[in-house]
Write a protein that binds this ligand. Structure first.
Ligand SMILES: [Zn+2]
Length: 73
C-alpha cells in the first residue's frame, strides 16, 4: 500500500498516511483540509532538512574543489 505525505492546511502539520483506495484523509487535528505531497521516495534530496543529509563531498569530480591547478576559470 502506498504511503503518502500530507500537509494540513488547517494546522500546518505534516504527516504520513497509508492510503487505501479513496479513503478520505484527515489530519490529526480533525481537519480534512489536507493536500497530498510527493511520495517519500520521490522527494528530492535537496529539500531534505539540513542535518539529515550528509554534506556533499568537496572537490566533487576531482576538479575545482580548491586544489585544481591544471586550468583556469
Ligand atoms: Zn491539521
Amino acid at each position: 500500500m502506498p504511503i503518502y505525505d500530507y500537509h494540513c492546511t488547517s494546522c500546518g502539520s505534516r504527516f504520513e498516511r497509508l492510503v487505501r483506495g479513496t479513503a478520505t484523509v484527515t489530519c490529526t487535528c480533525g481537519s480534512g483540509a489536507v493536500e497530498r505531497l510527493m511520495s517519500l521516495t520521490a522527494r528530492p534530496a535537496a529539500s531534505a532538512p539540513v542535518g539529515q543529509t550528509p554534506a556533499p563531498a568537496p572537490a566533487a569530480g576531482g576538479c575545482c574543489g580548491g586544489g585544481c591547478r591544471s586550468h583556469s576559470h
